[in-house]
Design a protein around this ligand. Structure first.
Ligand SMILES: [Zn+2]
Length: 253
């Protein structure tokens, strides 16, 4: 048992490293599956020794071994974020299957936040793949029931599409696919909770940016990061709320 936590942390680091490579490629429209990783500056193909999460970065003091260019601290930070996320989720999950589902959702959300911030896109390679994974988990009995997953995906897509239609472009189809994916993981109530939290956080941050003069009324905030934060909050708060209003499982079950 004592080795489980370090294993989960190392796995999180490896996933973080994969996510950063995937985001780099998705943000530039390069295929994720094929091709070797290269230094973005000198294009040198990176070997195994350059790709050990965190260790390579610390060992080379944050520089490319071939051309000496500084590597963004975002990469090790992302690895540490995924490692700590994976460990916290492990500690909070009752079964390994539950952890697999949550860690998968977490990794997808992290990747979506980064592609939205870097390139303003929520790629199908993440949202649609995530939707299929979530449906598979539900069918295997690892997460919400299959009906819940399918209704959750439909509710997630439909609510955003209504907002897109009503606001004439406040959000996009990518946001609809992302909330459909979240709905497939968390069910319809989870999708609605994500939207409520995401809208709340978006309004708070938007108001803050307006008040400090760092945005105007015309500035478009990417909604993906707020949906991601909303999903993490909804994962914990929606079951509590459902119990509170008597729609969920009774306390202690
Ligand atoms: Zn280089």
């Amino acid at each position: 048992m004592g080795l489980v936590i370090p294993f989960v942390a190392v796995l999180g680091m490896a996933v973080g490293s994969f996510v950063s490579a995937a985001v780099y490629r998705l943000a530039r429209g390069i295929t994720v599956v094929r091709g070797r990783s290269r230094c973005p500056h000198c294009q040198h193909v990176l070997g195994a020794a350059d790709l050990v999460p965190l260790v390579s970065y610390v060992w080379s003091r944050g520089r490319c071994r071939y051309c000496g260019v500084r590597i963004s601290p975002m990469y090790p930070l992302l690895e540490v974020t995924c490692a700590s996320g994976f460990v916290l989720l492990w500690l909070a999950s009752a079964t390994p299957a539950m952890w697999v589902v949550r860690a998968t959702l977490f990794s997808l959300l992290v990747a979506l936040v980064l592609t939205d911030l870097q390139a303003g896109t929520l790629p199908d390679a993440l949202t649609v793949t995530g939707l299929m994974l979530a449906t598979g988990f539900a069918a295997a009995g690892w997460s919400v029931g299959l009906n819940q997953a399918l209704v959750g995906a439909a509710v997630g897509a439909a609510t955003i599409l209504v907002i897109v239609w009503a606001s004439r472009g406040g959000m996009g189809i990518g946001d609809a696919k992302m909330l459909a994916m979240i709905g497939a993981f968390l069910g319809p109530w989870g999708a609605l909770g994500t939207l409520v939290w995401g809208s709340f956080l978006g309004s708070v941050v938007g108001a803050g940016l307006l008040l400090t003069g760092r945005a105007t009324r015309k500035t478009k905030l990417p909604f993906g990061p707020f949906l991601a934060a909303g999903a993490l909050l909804a994962q914990w708060t929606v079951p509590l709320w459902l119990r509170f209003v008597g729609l969920g499982a009774p306390p202690g079950s």
